[in-house]
Design a protein around this ligand. Structure first.
Ligand code: PHB
Length: 401
């Protein structure tokens, strides 16, 4: 079949936040790239994800000229509450480590990045089909695909980046890979509702009736989650049953009550911990969820994807400008440090806060001991604060506006 040829330096498979941020940073440095994604723009834009951005992720958006919308529409939070035995314990990030996080829906980050690529003339093609990466272990990799108008095309490039998310197919192209996987016996039931704030900052709540997270989106829309079974059916949950269950989880001697409202979205989020190693084969590099997923408890998913990009983008720019490959060839090894720190943090938060599957009171008591230990020691709270707000990025010249 005759394919229309597109020539570029870096072919990026996957136009979610990782792929678009990479494309944005490369283009700022004059490194030609093309992004394809088999999903439609609006499908990605409407896929609800977690809502917390590390300060470093926010700086990647604002200091590289993506958009300042996050600063107008997001909310800066300087801490969270850990709630157990029915009482709140404040973890003051600002006081402990001098950092904050931002509440801003991660699908809005995608919307901002896609708009910035359009504004800057980026080549991003959504809704493609039959994408296939070829010859990635040679110096002339190719990506075949059919565009949204049904025209068969081929990207001829020098490097392929697989940023095609948690259902990645590019990761299957890495021979000898190891898939480190951890499954959990529970999931999250997430709701969006029309209601005022129930708290000034997020509440991560431990209870003997399961975990709950009281999050937010805006003055009028709130996001909340509670622990459920992985095969929970949303149809079984009326609004009233949801509110009663959430109230049961958060109830305590302080008399805390949630502000109820109409629920307009209900979803069950599966979770697992996953890392694929290595992240490179020849001229194919993985970034973001394609290489790793975390349970949502620490809100690390998108932040960790940006962590990969913060290493991969400068390495690609250096290689494109000078031909030097050493930063590229050590990318996976360097990224693994942050990835495993985040895996550990997300796993730690998850096991500390969720009701274990095994019905043994020892396990709940032990968790309460751990929560007590964490919230009564400034050093322990510092670990939580440092991990939650995120370890610093080293993004040299690419950050200069
Ligand atoms: C959210 O608001 O969706 C959210 C916030 C914090 C998390 C997970 C999800 O840890």
């Amino acid at each position: 079949m005759e394919r229309e040829i597109i020539t570029t330096k870096v072919g990026i498979v996957g136009g979610g936040p990782a792929g678009l941020m990479l494309s944005h940073l490369l283009s700022r440095e004059g490194v030609d790239n093309v992004v394809i994604d088999n999903r439609e723009h609006d499908v990605i834009a409407n896929t609800h994800r977690a809502g917390i951005l590390e300060a470093g992720s926010v700086r990647m958006l604002t200091d590289t000229g993506v958009d300042g919308r996050i600063l107008d529409e997001g909310y800066e939070h300087s801490g969270i509450y850990l709630r157990f035995n029915g009482e709140n314990h404040h973890i003051d990030f600002k006081k402990l480590v001098g950092q904050t996080v931002w509440l801003y829906a991660q699908n809005e980050v995608f919307v901002d990045l896609a708009a910035a690529r359009r504004r800057d003339g980026g080549d991003v093609r959504f809704g493609v089909t039959d994408a296939e990466v070829l010859d990635h272990d040679t110096d002339t990799p190719k990506i075949n695909f059919t565009d949204a108008d049904g025209v068969a095309k081929q990207i001829q490039c020098e490097v392929v980046v697989g940023s095609d998310g948690s259902r990645s197919r590019t990761r299957d192209l890495i021979p000898g890979r190891v898939k480190h996987t951890m499954r959990y016996p529970f999931a999250w039931f997430g709701i969006l509702c029309n209601a005022p704030f129930s708290s000034d900052e997020l509440i991560y709540c431990h209870s003997d009736k399961g975990f709950a997270l009281i999050s937010q989106r805006s003055e009028t829309v709130q996001r909340m989650y509670f622990q459920c079974s992985p095969d929970e059916n949303v149809e079984d949950w009326s609004d009233e049953r949801i509110w009663d269950h959430l109230d049961d989880i958060v109830t305590g001697p302080d008399g805390y009550q949630l502000k109820r409202g109409e629920i307009f979205d209900k979803v069950v989020l599966q979770f697992r911990s996953f890392v694929q190693e290595p992240m490179q084969h020849g001229n194919l590099f993985l970034a973001g969820d394609a290489a790793h997923t975390v349970p949502p408890t620490g809100a690390k998913g998108l932040n960790l994807a940006f962590g990969d990009v913060a290493l991969l983008a400068p390495a690609l720019v250096k290689w494109a400008k000078t031909g030097a490959r050493e930063d590229l060839d050590t990318y996976g090894e360097r990224a693994a440090k942050r990835i495993w720190k985040s895996q550990n943090f997300s796993y730690w938060m998850t096991q500390m806060l969720h009701t274990p599957a095994e019905d043994n009171p020892f396990l709940l008591k032990r968790q309460l001991g751990e929560l007590e230990a964490v919230t009564s020691s400034e050093d322990s709270m510092k670990y939580l604060a440092e991990s939650y707000t995120g370890w610093p990025y080293d993004l040299p010249e690419l950050m200069e506006a």
